[in-house]
Ligand binder design. Structure first.
Ligand code: OSB
Ligand code: MG
Length: 369
């Protein structure tokens, strides 16, 4: 794949409803859409860095800067055999996983279109539909939370994740468990606790939760290990795991029992598959996390989640949960069995709706050899 031209679109999408986590509330979602031109084929990738550095240190602004100044000059004109090979070209760029992952995703789309293979086929996925759940933000009151989760349950979601933060955790989870005794339930703290404040989380052990996601700071592997020893509920790491090495170390330390894999957070699909492989070799379950992606990133997540080790439902909800008008012509719908069907067309299997893209694009730039 000769990389001849890359177009960047800074996109800002209005969310259907606000999304609140322990690090803040958003009403719009930023991303960068990458459009790679190679030998007559055009592929798309989504860089999932948000406008603000709340979830991770990368932002749409830093990703644009790093892509423009460092990554694209390095990659333009290169002939790449496999999408994961870009990391050898970019080895002098530390961090910036989400920027790298967006570029890698576009190359997977190009490769699939050239070879007439879906991303699922290219990655070795084994399922045609994948189990999914919905991630519910922190609500203004417990009654609004109960309304939100029962609505999602009625729509067919069999797994619900609720966002928590100190002071908005145990009572909320107890209320949801009481209202939905059979739902597969879990919580996500997005690094809002310390070992001391996490004492409160021990009460969650009575609620039959699937897992507690990322209670402590992202660089606190060791403290997660101490906390896991005090909890029955498995800890799942999200923010802490940026590479297959981190995954191995976290498992060696018993810092978690489950890993959330987001291709963006770990530098791309090839590293995501690498983490999947590390976990699968040790029978550690993984699942596909989400970053409120557009249809482009959602297609990539569905393909990733079709790999055999993804045995828990992913944060991959139907398109309408996020956006009224998505930038892809394809709309992802929830099947009656709480699954979403994995695209089977070449590459990501999605087409861009340029009328919508135009309306949500804040800035566009073209880079050529
Ligand atoms: O921590 O999993 C997270 C969204 C943005 C940033 C971080 C997270 C999330 C979600 C939403 O939980 C998952 C989704 O539905 O895309
Ligand atoms: Mg998370």
């Amino acid at each position: 794949m000769k990389i001849e031209q890359v177009n960047l679109y800074h996109v800002r999408m209005p969310l259907q409803s606000h999304f609140e986590t322990s690090f803040g509330r958003i009403t719009t979602r930023d991303c960068i859409l990458l459009e790679v031109h190679s030998e007559g084929v055009v592929g798309y990738g989504e860089c999932v860095a948000d406008y603000d550095p709340g979830y991770a240190s990368e932002t749409s602004g830093t990703a644009w800067h790093i892509l423009q100044e460092f990554m694209l000059p390095e990659i333009l004109g290169k002939d790449i055999a496999q999408p994961g090979d870009i990391h050898a070209c970019l080895h002098m760029i530390r961090g910036h996983q989400m920027a790298k992952a967006g570029l890698e995703m576009a190359l997977w789309d190009v490769l699939g279109k050239m070879q007439g293979k879906s991303l699922r086929e290219l990655l070795g996925g084994v399922r045609e539909r994948v189990d999914v759940g919905v991630s519910v933000g922190i609500q203004d009151s417990i009654s609004e939370l109960l309304q939100a989760v029962t609505d999602y349950r009625a729509q067919g979601y069999g797994r619900i994740k609720m966002k928590i933060k100190p002071g908005r955790d145990v009572a909320e989870a107890q209320a949801v468990r009481k209202a939905l005794p059979d739902v597969r339930l879990m919580v996500d703290a997005n690094s809002a606790y310390t070992l001391e404040t996490a004492e409160a989380l021990k009460a969650l052990d009575d609620l039959d939760l699937l897992m507690i996601e990322q209670p402590l700071y992202e660089d606190d592997l060791w403290d997660h290990s101490k906390l896991q020893a005090q909890l029955q509920t498995p800890i799942c790491l999200d923010e802490s795991i940026l590479s297959p090495r981190h995954a191995r170390q976290a498992l060696e330390m018993k810092a978690c029992g489950i890993i959330n894999i987001k291709a963006g957070r770990v530098g791309g699909l090839s590293q995501a598959v690498g983490i999947h492989d590390v976990c699968r070799a040790q029978d550690v379950p993984v699942w596909c996390g989400g970053m409120l992606e557009t249809g482009v990133g959602r297609a990539s997540n569905l393909a990733l989640a079709s790999l055999p080790g993804f045995t828990l439902p992913g944060d991959i909800s139907a398109s309408v949960r996020y956006y009224q008008h998505d930038i892809t012509a394809e709309v992802f719908e929830l099947n009656a069995d709480s699954t979403i069907t994995v695209p089977d067309q070449p590459g990501l299997g999605v087409t861009i709706d340029f009328d919508v893209l135009d309306k949500v694009t804040l800035a566009k730039a073209t880079f050529r050899t």
